[in-house]
Design a protein around this ligand. Structure first.
Ligand code: AGP
Length: 360
């Protein structure tokens, strides 16, 4: 069954490997007979009728929300704010006139997110929950639910739920754009199918990625992830993954911020993983790589096919530029997995953490 590890040593690796299948399940779940993505009309009325979307989530789900904001703003031309649930709860920003709240939660049981949901429902605002557990608290208490279709996620470190969240947010963005009559030449069914194939290629490169984990992460106490634009959001997720299961102190930050402080931490041998998937900031991130290498960093560049410059870059198969987070995260998940494995950490059940955080 889905709850068993089968031939895998850890649920996390099994769940990383399931990502291509999850992408295909999501397409199947949300397409009609004409192979067009469709969502319930009441959900599209909510996204087209609001003046601003507030995405509320924690941890990895928050990181998916950051990617979702970009998709919703670029494709559907709707303003989006993304907030960490706990902060939003006691420091609520000035709200727009017609807000729509979107809660993103794998488990649907996260107390910090639920506390915001209870508050905004009391204020009379509509709420949509994206969750992997349709009968969960956050699903029942919201007006609408979209299922992530990722199947049970057992490992504490979230992997397939993150990519499922981004894919469902992309579907929400594309269907909202269509409902608003915005013309795009973006065929999401086709682009997600390309993503699924690219994920498959990446999950078949475990040996290479294990060697990279060995070369860059096995003996370090800290590591940095740098990226710009969408890559920055994936860097936050890559750093969280590495921290929670390998206990290596990791930080993800925007390439442009290096010179504003963090570069002071770069020493001889400091691992720096740089994402380079966005053509518009390619030159700028390559400049950052040169800056850290000049200060002794052990830099690993993860490049989109077509952008790679050096022989030792790890190259990602080409996907649509808006969807690169779905695939650039895969080698980062695997790097975290092998780094944890190499230091004998309990990959599926890291210390001090619970799968779903039901206390505020
Ligand atoms: C992810 O690897 C973490 N374990 C954690 O940040 C998680 O994403 C967070 O607690 C939110 O959980 P949820 O999606 O079930 O609400």
């Amino acid at each position: 069954s889905e709850m068993e590890k089968g031939t895998y040593d850890h649920f996390m690796l099994k769940e990383i490997d399931e990502q291509p299948l999850v992408m295909r399940k999501i397409i199947e779940a949300y397409e009609n007979e004409q192979n067009q993505l469709v969502l319930p009309p009441e959900i599209l009325s909510a996204t087209t009728g609001c003046d601003r979307i507030y995405i509320i989530a924690c941890g990895t789900s928050y990181h998916a929300g950051l990617v979702g904001k970009q998709l919703l703003e670029k494709l559907a031309q709707v303003s989006v704010e993304v907030h960490v649930a706990s902060e939003f709860s006691y420091n609520m920003p000035l709200l727009s006139g017609k807000p729509l709240f979107i809660f993103i939660s794998q488990s649907g049981e996260t107390a910090d997110s639920r506390s915001v949901l209870v508050k905004v429902k009391e204020m009379g605002f509509p709420a949509l929950t994206l969750t992997n557990v349709p009968g969960s608290t956050l699903s029942r208490e919201a007006d609408y639910t979209l299922n992530l279709h990722a199947g049970p996620e057992i490992a504490v470190a979230s992997t397939k739920a993150y990519t499922a969240q981004i894919a469902v947010l992309a579907i929400l963005a594309a269907t909202t754009a269509k409902a608003k009559g915005i013309q795009t030449d973006f065929d999401l069914v086709q682009e997600l199918a390309i993503v699924a194939n690219a994920m498959e290629v990446l999950t078949q490169q475990k040996e290479t990625i294990e060697e990279l984990a060995h070369a860059y992460l096995d003996t370090t106490r800290n590591a940095f992830f740098i990226g710009r634009s969408a890559d920055y959001f994936v860097c936050l997720e890559g750093a969280l993954k590495l921290k929670e299961i390998s206990y290596i102190q990791a930080e993800g930050f925007a390439g442009g911020e290096l010179k504003h402080g963090t570069i002071a931490l770069i020493e001889e041998g400091t691992p720096v993983i740089a994402l380079d998937t966005q053509a518009g900031v390619h030159g700028a991130i390559r400049g950052n790589v040169q800056e850290v290498v000049a200060r002794g960093a052990n830099a690993l560049v993860v490049s989109m096919q077509g952008l790679e410059l050096d022989e030792d870059a790890f190259v990602l198969p080409h996907v649509h530029e808006l969807l690169t987070p779905l695939i650039s995260v895969v080698p980062l998940q695997l790097l975290a997995y092998y780094a944890a494995l190499h230091s004998d950490c309990d990959v599926d059940k890291p210390r001090n953490l619970a799968k779903s955080v039901t206390v505020e």
